[in-house]
Design a protein around this ligand. Structure first.
Ligand code: NAD
Ligand code: DAU
Length: 327
């Protein structure tokens, strides 16, 4: 698999080692978002980490013949970074994915591509429809457009070359080991540092939250039972606006729920994402386990409180980048 030192990838590694007898080889470049500590203490007889770039065709072609399947998580993943410096998003999300599917094709390996609901653009707050597998692509940001491009490459390789691939598009994940540039861990760690949460604009943008463990169980289900060539949307009916989430974080951490700052909005900020995961549930029998967002958020807050060593060295640099943009 790729990107196993990141937030969701490391969750998948732990999930697979705990719930199957598969062995896992991770290919990860260990960018600012990759952290070896997220993989500390795993059973080394079933797990190995190769440090390298998914766009390095020589390395990829050396590794691919040794595995049965490739699960592709590696990406530049943060919208705000893609607005400041889009180039790494093209290199990793487009060229990196191209390099992997070429190797999967050459060596005839099963491929699963991890993608995002952001490829579908955004919804109005009162739109009764949610995203489905049939929703047209309409990405907004450099990040989401490169993810959309990578999805389209995978689809074309299935049709033109018979690549044995599936794709999943998931909504916003939360849980432990998420980089503190992202919304929920940024706010938790701001409070832990004695500062205020930072809400973009009015905070009315809606995200459809799913626990990372549920994303992992869905991906394993698709890998084992998904139909080749198909796309599956992954979501757990977790729509909340950002204001509600900030208020919940503050209250759970014993603060006044109004004790946050409004900061500059994100340019092109998508208003609402919402996933209809009926296909995955009915065709493959998947169900999420984390239905209680408040309990999952409380456990996430407890994790960041207990694991300052994991995040504290990245805090000053992350906040300095936001401060430059008045965020
Ligand atoms: P992340 O930023 O936490 O981790 C990305 C990982 O990829 C890091 O370990 C990084 O070192 C690695 N990486 C980056 N460029 C690489 C390269 N060129 N070669 C090898 N490794 C490289 O990301 P995440 O939030 O865990 O997201 C993982 C995947 O899930 C991405 O494909 C993302 O688009 C998708 N996704 C994320 C979410 C979410 O809410 N975070 C939701 C849906 C889909
Ligand atoms: O929908 C899936 C996507 O979710 C993934 O594809 C991306 O990789 C992942 O980063 C995430 O994208 P978002 O842009 O939705 O996530 P982010 O955590 O950056 O922001 C969530 C919401 O919170 C968004 O509306 C912007 C807002 N926000 C974010 C930050 C960092 C704030 O209000 N304040 C903040 O400080």
């Amino acid at each position: 698999m790729t990107g196993g030192a990141g937030f969701i990838g490391s969750n998948f590694v732990r999930y697979v080692l705990e719930n199957t007898d598969y062995s896992v080889t991770v290919l990860d470049k260990l960018t600012y978002a990759g952290n070896k500590e997220s993989l500390a203490g795993l059973d080394e007889s079933r797990f190995s980490l190769v440090e390298g770039d998914i766009a390095d065709a020589e390395l990829v072609n050396e590794l691919v013949p040794r595995v049965d399947a490739i699960v592709h998580y590696a990406a530049e993943s943060h919208n705000d970074n893609s607005l400041s410096d889009p180039r790494p998003f093209l290199d990793t999300n487009i060229i990196g994915t191209y390099t992997l599917i070429e190797a999967a094709r050459r060596h005839e390996k099963r491929f699963h591509h991890i993608s995002t609901d952001e490829v579908y653009g955004d919804l109005e707050l009162d739109d009764p429809n949610r995203f489905t597998e049939a929703t047209p692509y309409n990405p907004s940001s450099p990040y989401s457009s490169t993810k959309a491009g990578s999805d389209l490459l995978v689809r074309a390789w299935v049709r033109s070359f018979g690549l044995q691939a599936t794709i999943s598009n998931c909504s916003n994940n939360y849980g432990p080991y998420q980089h503190i540039e992202k919304f929920i861990p940024r706010q938790i760690t701001e409070v832990l540092e004695g500062r205020k949460p930072k809400l973009y604009g009015a905070g009315l943008n809606v995200r459809d939250w799913i626990h990372a463990d549920d994303h992992s169980s869905a991906v394993l289900t698709i890998l084992e039972k998904g139909e080749i060539g198909e796309t599956y949307l992954i979501g757990a009916d977790g729509e909340k606006n950002n204001l509600e989430v900030v208020e919940l974080i503050l209250e759970t951490m014993g603060k006044d729920k109004t004790d946050f700052d409004h900061v500059n909005d994100r340019p092109g900020h998508d208003l609402r994402y919402a996933i209809d995961s009926t296909k995955l549930r009915t065709e493959l029998g998947w169900q999420p386990k984390f239905q209680d967002f408040e309990a999952g958020l409380k456990a996430t807050i407890d994790w960041y409180t207990a694991n300052r060593d994991w995040w504290s060295s990245a805090k000053a640099e992350t906040e300095a980048k936001y401060a430059e943009k008045g965020q």
